[in-house]
Design a binder for this molecule. Structure first.
Ligand code: DC
Length: 216
């Protein structure tokens, strides 16, 4: 693990453009992209397959602690593999979306995820997106961003992807859980991109990173 590697933390609400912009920023800088939401989604999918009640934190943790996974870095993207498999399409279903914030509220699960997410540093400089990257996973990073957009605009973006889900309910669960809730990290640059394109949002993020890197 190289402690001198850089971490760009991008947190924010659901459908606020974290994935799109984190990918664009990673591409522009040649850094590795990490989607931590995909890790929680993979655990939710694993629970559903094993008929575990996602509201039962003890049962979720018991499954998680015995879980055999590997972290792989493929084409500049970190993947959490289950028996060598990445369930790319399976983790995007409405069922998994409805289950995931329950799984993500279990404190021991969050601690397990944090260790995995910090382990990603071994792959190189990272652009990591999630809900608690700047507050909990890498609080020491000086590169923190928080994205948001109006609920209306975020629902439109999901609908354009053919996904209908209750974003407000998920945001509420993510913001109100006891452990590492979604919140604006101290010192983060906050971007409300309701009326912005991804090129504008990622451009703003890149400008800030470059300024910070120059002043170091
Ligand atoms: O970004 P996403 O919608 O794929 O994330 C799925 C869920 O995972 C989200 O509702 C909250 C949870 N999550 C989290 O609690 N912490 C993270 N760092 C990333 C995601």
């Amino acid at each position: 693990m190289n402690p001198s590697n850089i971490v760009i933390a991008i947190d924010g609400t659901s459908a606020s453009g974290k994935s799109t912009n984190a990918r664009l920023v990673a591409q522009a800088l040649g850094y590795i992209y990490v989607d931590t939401g995909a890790m929680y989604r993979t655990l939710a999918w694993h629970c559903l397959r094993h008929k575990i009640d996602v509201h039962d934190g003890t049962a979720v943790w018991n499954l998680c602690r015995q879980w055999k996974t590997t972290l792989a870095c493929i084409e500049h993207k970190v993947l959490l593999l289950v028996n060598g498999y990445y369930p790319e399409t399976e983790i995007r279903t409405a069922t998994v979306s409805a289950a995931v914030s329950h799984v993500a509220a279990v404190p021991k699960v969050r601690n397990w995820m944090k260790l995995k997410q910090r382990e990603c540093l071994k792959f190189g400089d990272l652009v990591m997106e999630g809900r608690d990257i700047g507050t909990n996973v890498f609080p020491e990073t000086e590169f923190k961003f928080y994205l948001d957009a109006s609920l209306d605009e975020r629902a439109k973006r999901r609908a354009a992807e053919g996904i209908k889900e209750n974003l407000a309910a998920r945001d509420q669960r993510d913001s109100q859980r006891a452990t590492a809730p979604l919140m604006i990290p101290l010192g983060a640059m906050v971007i409300n991109n309701s009326a912005m394109t991804p090129a504008q949002t990622s451009g703003m993020i890149l400008e800030r990173i470059k300024k910070q890197l120059k002043s170091n």
